[in-house]
Design a binder for this molecule. Structure first.
Ligand code: 5RP
Length: 222
């Protein structure tokens, strides 16, 4: 099976976690795009969605799903999103699609995080995938030095020859060279550095369930 077929498999499998009659939280990325395609089949059974990015909002609206502002609704029963890396305990690296801040907000508003990913995303320890960190632009150089002091190399993410600007108007640093052995502590520590908007380690908002696409079918890790 191709990677895209594996994404389609878990996108479809995630439908079983959507609660009829309830608003669903929707993440961002190519795997979530396959979930959104599948969600079209039950769009008349849910009032709508809370979305984690402009890109997902557009896709949800295109299939006729109403998109609510996070402030308009209370707690969500479930949040479905992908990951760049996930370990066996549900800790993740996210933000490859630059949507990490809104993803963490919607995840925090949801009772259950269901991660959908192909099996290449399962890792022993987080950090081989460069860790995305959304930052306030004026703090970029200092935060880069703080990561260097920890042994990490931070690179400013670019798009079309200019720094990428997130949906929140900020920049992204991608940090390589770190092995995250204590995800909860790493997330707590980096998140309180001045100028960090959100670090892309999701340990406080970890996945309760991971649906992994494998050649043998969907493997569920709980
Ligand atoms: C976007 C994300 C995505 O969930 C992550 O990058 C995985 O994306 P894909 O499903 O395309 O591999 O965190 O900010």
């Amino acid at each position: 099976m191709t990677q895209d077929e594996l994404k389609g498999l878990v996108g479809q499998a995630a439908l079983q976690y959507v609660v009829p009659g309830e608003i669903v939280g929707v993440g961002t990325g190519s795997t979530v795009n396959r979930f959104i395609e599948a969600l079209a089949s039950m769009k008349d059974r849910i009032p709508g969605a809370v979305s984690s990015s402009v890109a997902s909002t557009e896709r949800l609206r295109a299939i006729g799903v109403r998109v609510f502002d996070a402030n308009e609704v209370g707690e969500l029963s479930v949040y479905i999103d992908g990951a760049d890396e996930i370990d066996g305990r549900g800790h993740m690296v996210k933000g490859g699609g630059a949507a990490l801040t809104r993803e963490k907000i919607v995840a925090a508003q949801s009772r259950r995080f269901v991660c959908i990913a192909d099996e290449s995303k399962l890792v022993e320890a987080l950090g081989a995938f460069p860790i995305p960190v959304e930052v306030i632009p004026m703090a970029t150089a200092r935060i880069t030095r703080q990561f260097a002091a920890m042994g990490g190399q931070a690179r400013l993410r670019a798009k079309d020859g200019a720094p990428l600007v997130t949906d929140n108007g900020q920049h992204i640093l991608d940090v390589s060279g770190l092995r995250v052995t204590d995800p909860l502590r790493f997330e707590s520590d980096v998140n309180q550095w001045p100028g960090v908007v959100t670090v892309g380690v999701f340990a406080h908002q970890k996945a309760a369930v991971c649906l992994l696409g494998t050649a043998k079918g969907v493997r569920t890790i709980e």
